[in-house]
Design a protein around this ligand. Structure first.
Ligand code: ZN
Ligand code: ZN
Length: 193
């Protein structure tokens, strides 16, 4: 037996109806199904007519909405159709299948739309992610270029400092030579006196 799930037709609720703890569902003339909470909320209004929460059809509270048990007793199952003519039983069964077909079609449509919405959201997120990644890559490239320029500046400064040190060393050597020459001259001069 296939396991098909019936959901509360209030979009914000969507409680699984076959497995509700209270085992109660509410069915409308327009083939919509609601959980016990939403059914009670719908049936306890003071108005004679209420709009169906799913399709807005005006429902006569006395005749257009019924409360049903999802797990009826064996006695109920044995007697509910007993005594009715076979053609009426077939009519009832056909209507019951029509209800399920309508619910399954709606669920299918809901899942298709949800899928479309999720795909769109994913695409949107992917585009946003790609845009953020492009921005980060641009910033990274800019930082890399700035670092390279700073490194180049540093290398230039080091080279200039090395050149200056070399020049200074040369000047010092000249100065030392000059000082030695002066000292030598002074020594020679003092010997001549
Ligand atoms: Zn509900
Ligand atoms: Zn409806």
């Amino acid at each position: 037996m296939c396991d098909i799930t019936l959901y509360c037709n209030v979009k914000k609720c969507r409680k699984i109806l076959n497995a509700t703890d209270d085992g109660i569902i509410w069915i409308t003339r327009c083939s919509h199904a609601f959980c016990n909470d939403d059914g009670i909320h719908l049936s306890t209004t003071a108005a004679k007519y209420v709009p169906c929460p799913a399709c807005k059809t005006q429902l006569d509270l006395k005749h257009d909405i019924v409360r049903k048990e999802t797990n009826p007793s064996e006695m109920w199952k044995s007697t509910i159709l007993a005594g009715l003519k076979p053609e009426m039983i077939i009519d009832i069964v056909n209507r019951s299948f029509s209800f399920w077909y309508y619910q399954m079609s709606n669920e299918n449509l809901y899942q298709t739309n949800l899928n479309k919405h999720l795909k769109y959201k994913m695409l949107e997120m992917k585009t946003q992610y790609q845009s953020e990644m492009n921005k980060l890559n641009s910033e990274l490239l800019l930082t890399k270029q700035k670092t390279q320029a700073a490194n180049q500046d540093l290398e230039n400064q080091i080279r200039k400092t090395q050149e200056l040190e070399s020049l200074l060393w040369e000047k010092n050597r000249c100065l030392q030579n000059a000082q030695m020459t002066v000292a030598d001259l002074q020594r020679r001069q003092s010997r001549m006196l």
